[in-house]
Write a protein that binds this ligand. Structure first.
Ligand code: ZZB
Length: 259
């Protein structure tokens, strides 16, 4: 899988994260949460950034001035792919941090209408995929819409401020059925919560297909162009601006030793 890894610069740490990182990051360095996405053309619609509250992350040194918050597994893959400045075989880790400590952190979200968004919890984030950090686009990702709906409903339970989960969901892609495809599908398939895994998987597949083959951009520099055409262009813009980089996921193949 070829992902676009997006750099969400930390603007303000949640108190527990600030405590955990105290004295561990050099003065003047920037720290980024780095979600891996397959949908760079949807970045206009980012409303928050998800981490797994129980997942362990590292703050890895990418260069003298830049640190990435990702899983250890992703850091090893990135080191192997030559993404870090030095060719660390074992990536240089400045600190450990658990997802729950980052909830509430404010980050810059490149291209997003909202400019800055909060880090919020999502229990279904997999440690075994991407970077373990997920950028949330509730307009076009059914999983994300189901999760932000749940978070807004039960803000106290999740220990967040309700308004962090209630950023406006702006339409960014028009398809034959809707310009808010994820909310449309969540309603249509009667998805009540992030626990409806089976229907969410179906909704995700439908959203990918319809968005990619029949979607037209409503916003951004490529408004009016088909998603198929705009996707690589938005990606290139992000890469050129230094706001993202290519990250590929090794295939989960079983290697036979018997030859
Ligand atoms: C933004 C986005 C916008 C995404 C969208 C999807 C959609 P997939 O589809 O299963 O192959 N993702 C990335 N890493 C993780 C993780 N560790 N755990 C859980 N989810 C993860 O995986 C690729 C997508 O799954 C990624 O692309 C990311 O969400 C999420 F409008 O980024 B995406 C219809 C989907 N739309």
């Amino acid at each position: 899988q070829e992902y676009t890894a997006l750099k969400l610069k930390v603007v303000e740490w949640a108190p527990k994260a600030a405590e955990a990182l105290k004295g561990k990051i050099p003065e003047g360095a920037s720290v980024y949460l780095v979600p891996a996405t397959l949908r760079p053309e949807t970045m206009y619609g980012q409303t928050c950034c998800f981490v797994g509250p129980a997942l362990k992350y590292g703050v890895f040194k990418a260069s003298e001035k830049e640190y990435f918050v990702i899983t250890e597994r992703a850091a090893k893959n990135m080191a192997f792919q030559g993404i870090f400045e030095k060719d660390f075989t074992i990536p240089d880790k400045a600190a450990d941090i658990v997802g729950s400590d980052m909830i509430g952190t404010l980050v810059d979200a490149p291209l997003s209408f909202h400019g800055q968004v909060r880090v919020l919890p999502m229990d279904t984030v997999l440690a075994t995929k991407g970077t373990g950090v997920v950028t949330s686009v509730p307009s076009d990702s059914p999983d994300d819409f189901a999760m932000v709906t749940e978070l807004a409903k039960k803000a106290d339970f999740y220990g967040i401020k309700k308004e962090w989960a209630e950023l406006e969901i702006v339409p960014i892609i028009q398809t034959p059925t809707s310009d808010l495809l994820a909310p449309y599908l969540v309603k249509k398939l009667k998805i009540a919560s992030p626990k409806d895994a089976k229907q969410l998987l179906e909704a995700k597949e439908l959203a990918y297909k319809e968005g990619f083959y029949q979607g037209v951009m409503k916003v951004g520099d490529f408004a009016g162009e088909k998603v198929e055409i705009a996707k690589p262009k938005v990606r290139e813009q992000l890469l050129k601006a230094g706001q993202a980089f290519a990250y590929s996921e090794p295939e989960n193949k079983v290697v036979s030793r018997s030859g």
